[in-house]
Write a protein that binds this ligand. Structure first.
Ligand code: A2P
Length: 337
């Protein structure tokens, strides 16, 4: 079996760390791997497949001979380095928002639009974490019942904002319990014992950029330019695992039983729905798992053809690292590297 030269840019970050784990677990066919970050982390040692590697500062030469470069180092780093990596011959799978809405860049969730990887021109974008878990649950229903409208409220974990935000929740929780005051460094407001309706920056339409990602990326991934999405994105004091309450209105009538059946047969979805026995997905239980978990499936009371459901996934895995590695696996499957 052919093996590939892989690089991870952002290897020391929250997603980069999970990318390493996911590559190991899935036995990704690696010939050679390098771990890249900024000068801050150069020289740091990390373990991979039982061996010790040294983190290197990213340089143009870093991408020479690399087949697949997995990026998770933020938007501006990606804007700067993705074209260089492509020029050196690598295919970039990018986890930032930098390229997602570029019409020359496919935006891919393997359970939804795997074929879109085929028209890549060097960069493939990994969608926003909240969008990924939502479309994995929406798309199978859309195929059968045509979704017209989605109203979604998210309950997003701090890990989605990176390693420093994880530290913020830890430090602020300790501080509050000890009667001290702490100002988060990576989050826009107090997070311990709080709920913050603010993720990413506010835009002129009074939605946040995170919310507009859910609108625009959902349409692009599902090839459904007419779907109306009304999102509210909220940060909650959870370390890892995003939850979403998703209400949909479909064109064709849909029953709770039909929705359950469609989701039970959907790729990447696990239905956990027995509320009278306290069975419903929660972030604590999905931590470390790769699937999207759906529960609380019920008839929505505000729409005639409406269903409401509770969708939970590990945002560092399916929402980021696992989805990126699955895209890399598609590149191999379709012989595009
Ligand atoms: P570094 O450890 O050198 O700062 P997170 O999302 O958890 O904050 O992680 C961001 C990741 O992106 C880290 O690995 C970080 O590396 C990397 N990174 C951030 N800025 C740059 C940059 N300008 N060049 C290269 N890597 C960067």
């Amino acid at each position: 079996m052919k093996k590939y030269n892989v690089a991870i840019l952002g290897a020391t970050g929250a997603v980069g760390e999970v990318m390493r784990k996911v590559l190991e677990e899935r036995n990704f066919p690696i010939n050679n791997i390098k771990f890249l970050a900024s000068a801050r982390s150069a020289g740091k040692k990390i373990q991979f497949c039982g061996e010790e590697y040294t983190v290197e500062e990213v340089k143009p030469e870093s991408f020479e001979g690399v087949d697949i470069a997995l990026f998770s180092a933020g938007g501006s780093t990606s804007k700067q380095w993705a074209p260089i990596a492509v020029e050196k011959g690598a295919v970039v799978v990018d986890n930032s928002s930098a390229w997602r809405m570029d019409e020359n860049v496919p935006l891919v969730v393997p359970e939804v639009n795997p074929e879109d990887v085929k028209w890549h021109k060097g960069i493939i974008a990994n969608p926003n974490c909240s969008t990924i878990q939502m479309v994995v649950a929406l798309y199978p229903i859309h195929k059968e019942k045509k979704i017209k409208r989605v109203i979604v409220s998210t309950y997003q974990a701090v890990s989605g904002a990176g390693a420093r935000a994880i530290k913020d929740l830890e430090e602020e929780t300790k501080a509050r319990l000890e009667g001290r005051f702490y100002t988060p460094e990576a989050l826009p407001n107090h997070i311990a014992f709080n709920v913050v309706p603010h993720i990413d920056v506010f835009l002129d339409n009074l939605h946040t950029k995170e919310e507009m990602k859910m609108v625009n990326e959902t349409r692009k991934i599902m090839h459904a330019p007419d779907i109306k999405v009304s999102p509210t994105c909220v940060r909650v004091p959870v370390f890892n695992g995003h939850s979403e309450n998703v209400v949909i209105e479909t064109e064709k009538p849909i029953t709770v039983e039909e929705a359950r059946e469609i989701l039970r047969n959907a790729p990447g979805v696990i239905v956990e729905d027995d509320p009278f026995n306290k069975v419903y997905p929660m972030p604590i239980d999905v931590d470390g798992k790769d699937d999207v978990f759906v529960g609380r499936i019920k008839k929505d009371l505000a729409f005639d053809n409406g269903i409401s459901m509770w969708v939970v996934a590990d945002n560092l895995r399916k929402g980021a690292a696992t989805n990126a590695v699955q895209i890399a696996e598609l590149l191999i499957k379709y012989e595009l590297v």
